[in-house]
Design a protein around this ligand. Structure first.
Ligand SMILES: Nc1nc2c(ncn2[C@@H]2O[C@H](COP(=O)(O)OP(=O)(O)OP(=O)(O)O)[C@@H](O)[C@H]2O)c(=O)[nH]1
Length: 289
């Protein structure tokens, strides 16, 4: 019997959802950083094996919306709640058990649940066993699996648990499909990731990235992108003294983009100020939210 279905990942910000998606897919599709709310979209990654196809979705961490951007992010979570065949609820093993329970209960999921206890590499084994018992006693998960998404431990057992819960069905996508997102989308995400990794405090949360040009030539791909911020001062910080900041974003992003598209890249970055982009439907649409 062939199996196929949508397996959606939910959890608090920073629980490790994107790291888990990448570990399950075996490719870097979702960007990560140690800051919360790195993920803003629903990102799909597809695994096809002889007996099954799984369409995984990473979702933004669940928060109370403060900007229209946040509302769009939570819209992505809602759509994922509705179409899940299997729900992966991921909890950072070091965070508060009750808070995670409250969040997971509030989702009112109808799909079968797999509870994923992540970051166990940071926990003594005795604590891990206790926590695993607590989650089993919660009673709503078909299975509790302890993993380290970062160290890729426990992923095989998790995969087996997922396949067991998958409904019968034909594949939704051709077997060589890795994702439903465009290359441009991933290029913008890789640039955005560098901003999350290189700048502290509020800058990343005021930033969007749009690819304005993507031209494949014989030996190299020419890419131009705009980094959108909300204030002139932020532009100054991103550009940096003598352009040092933007050069660093550019050279780090270029290395990753070249690896992603397997071609040499010429990357041109510009910074643009757009006062209220996070609250403007027009700009949010233009920037892909
Ligand atoms: N030690 C350890 N760190 C991890 C593990 N999984 C994820 N992390 C780290 O936790 C941080 C957050 O990981 P992400 O995958 O970006 O988390 P997320 O849940 O997608 O975060 P949002 O985008 O805020 O929703 C990153 O610094 C990861 O490297 C793990 O198993 N062990």
């Amino acid at each position: 019997m062939h199996k196929a279905g949508f397996v959606n990942i939910f959890g608090k910000p920073n629980a490790g959802k994107s790291t888990l998606l990448n570990a399950l897919i075996g490719e870097k599709l979702a960007i990560t950083s140690h800051k919360v709310q790195t993920t803003r979209h629903r990102i799909t990654g597809i695994v096809t094996e002889p007996g099954y196809q799984i369409i995984f979705s990473d979702t933004p961490g669940i928060i109370d919306p403060k900007y229209k951007l946040h509302e769009k992010m939570m819209g992505a979570v809602r759509s994922a709640l509705e179409d899940a065949d299997v729900a992966l609820l991921i909890a950072d093993a070091r965070t508060d058990f009750e808070e995670n329970v409250a969040l997971f209960d509030s989702l009112k999921l109808k799909a079968p649940i797999l509870l994923v206890l992540n970051k166990i590499d940071l926990l003594p084994p005795t604590e891990q066993a206790l926590l695993q018992e607590k989650w089993t006693a919660w009673g709503k998960a078909k299975k509790v699996v302890a993993i380290s998404a970062l160290k890729q431990e426990g992923i095989k057992a998790l995969m087996e648990g997922i396949v067991a819960l998958l409904p019968a069905g034909e594949a939704f996508y051709p077997e060589d499909t890795l994702t439903d997102r465009s290359t441009r989308f991933f290029v913008a995400e890789l640039i955005r990731e560098k901003i999350f990794q290189l700048y502290s405090e509020e800058i990343p949360y005021h930033t969007a990235v749009v690819v304005t040009e993507f031209k494949e030539k014989n030996t190299l791909t020419k890419i131009a992108a705009e980094i959108i911020v909300t204030r002139e001062t932020q532009k100054g910080i991103i550009v940096g003294e003598h352009g040092k900041g933007i050069k660093e974003i550019g050279s780090k992003a270029r290395v990753d983009i070249e690896q992603f598209i397997s071609q040499k890249v010429f990357l041109e970055l510009h910074v643009r100020v757009r006062g209220k982009w996070r609250d403007s439907d027009l700009y949010l649409k233009e920037y892909g939210y």
